[in-house]
Design a protein around this ligand. Sequence first.
Ligand SMILES: [Zn+2]
Ligand SMILES: [Zn+2]
Length: 592
Amino acid sequence: MAMASASQAGPDLSHYPGGEALYRLRHSAAHVLASAVVDLFPDTKVAGGPPIEGGFYYDFAREQPFTPEDLEKIETQMRKIIAEDQPFEYLEADREEALRRFGAAGEKYKVHFIGQIPEGAKVTYYRNGRFLDLCRGPHLKSTGEIKAFKLTHVAGAYWLGNERNEMLQRIYGTAFPSQAELDEHLHRIEEALKRDHRKLGRELDLFSIHDEVGAGLIHWHPKGAMVRHLIEQFWKDEHLRRGYQLVYTPHIASEKLYSISGHLENYSDLMYSPMDIDGQPYRVKPMNCPNHIMIFQTRKRSYRELPIRLAELGTVYRYERSGVLHGMDRVRGFTVDDSHLFCTREQLGAEVEGVLDLMDFLLKAFGYQYHAYLATRPKDHFLGTEEEWDFATDALRSALDRRGLAYEVDEGGGAFYAPKIDVKLKDALGREWQCPTIQVDLNLPKRFNITYVGPDGKEHIAAMVHRALFGSLERFVGIYIEHTGGEFPVWVAPVQVIVIPANPRAFDYAHDTARLLKQGGVRAEVDVRDDKLGAKIRDAELQKVPYMLVVGPREAEAGTVAPRRKGEGQLEAMSREAFLERVLEESRQRRV
Ligand SMILES: [Zn+2]
Ligand SMILES: [Zn+2]
């Protein structure tokens, strides 16, 4: 990176997405960016900038903001530097000499970095053309090896990431080995912007967030709520089919509960402050587990009753810093598709396997591929004994193996109380999102003394599985909006069919058709607005409604409809009954 570290040791490139070659390319492009800026705007002071995932940036201090026209000029200058094929030349100097040199040039940011290098140590530079940068490499041999790059945007960035420091200007760019790869990357970025769930959430009238209410708190509008309702219904039906029992639990609880669970001690940063109720401190709940344990413990349980699988779409509230809040993706109140499975240690393996099977079923219904990670015991801070951790981790590992599910091991990545399987979904743009999590917990059962009576007539501590398969409804739906680009398949579409009267004389037939469809279980609406037909058709397109029925006197006469299927175009005219059956069938199949 064009930023020296205190140690001057080479950066670790093994984790750079795309590998070392791409790192070198983008790192070198960052140098070329900085040299072009200094060529064009000599008053600018350079701070530094590394390759990042997907590209690179460089920070500059300059009075006037860089404009889009400036970026174009800088790109042109960069092309010139690339055409000159300047070698990246390695140089060394004494720390003191480096301090003098950069100090004299007024490069205070570089002076700061050199100041961090131990006294007496060597400082390494790289030079291309006239531009000298403090750097530990590695680079390409020369600027001419940069084949395809693009500057994307400018944003403010605090010096050293500290908001008490001055604001610098960060120019972002990206570089790829070939123009084709660069074009594809830029296309993906453009597509991601088009699919941004905050934008589509507004355009499709799905949800909103309000200053008057507070940041990170989602309001589901009728259409968004319908999407959520359909997903919840699907989730509940499948859970009931698989031997889960639904429960509901309160949103607040006495602090006593969280003192037993250990949340007060280990989790209080994420919990909201207590409220006073009759002189007792209460909290809004950050998790559902303790409540499900309460239900389990209302009576003595026999091993014959186990496993008991309690499921709840449980709304919880957790503190997130305002800076990380993002649409539906990072919020402060959310609904976990939560379940707690209580069982014997012997049953754990089969229970985890059952959860993996259910997860597979649910995720495939939304068209997701996924990838599993086994997160094991943290190095330092963990509850319980090593024996318990080994046992719990084995239960997860063997379930993955029995299902033949490939996974990576995330060494030390477990929660402080349990190992877990984390699963990342892959969306239509190839982006990965961590949603499902499955944890085998032998600690909370001890803290709460969760027991059952075994075949030996004695009390035993139960084992427990925590699991959420969507993660939260907010996040899952946010990701799903981007995955589908708002074009929900028929089974989740809030409006499946829009009926558009071709002229006022067709109003009655339009209403009658919608009524017939609704009675048959199809979500149909009539566009009754006093607007041009063309405008109504365009709106239905923009609202991404799967089926559009434009009806006129001809259809009314024949008792038919001529459906337009989004993505397929005009279909043959058919009877209204046949159309109803077609939509229902498509909905039943949950075609993605
Ligand atoms: Zn460098
Ligand atoms: Zn839990």
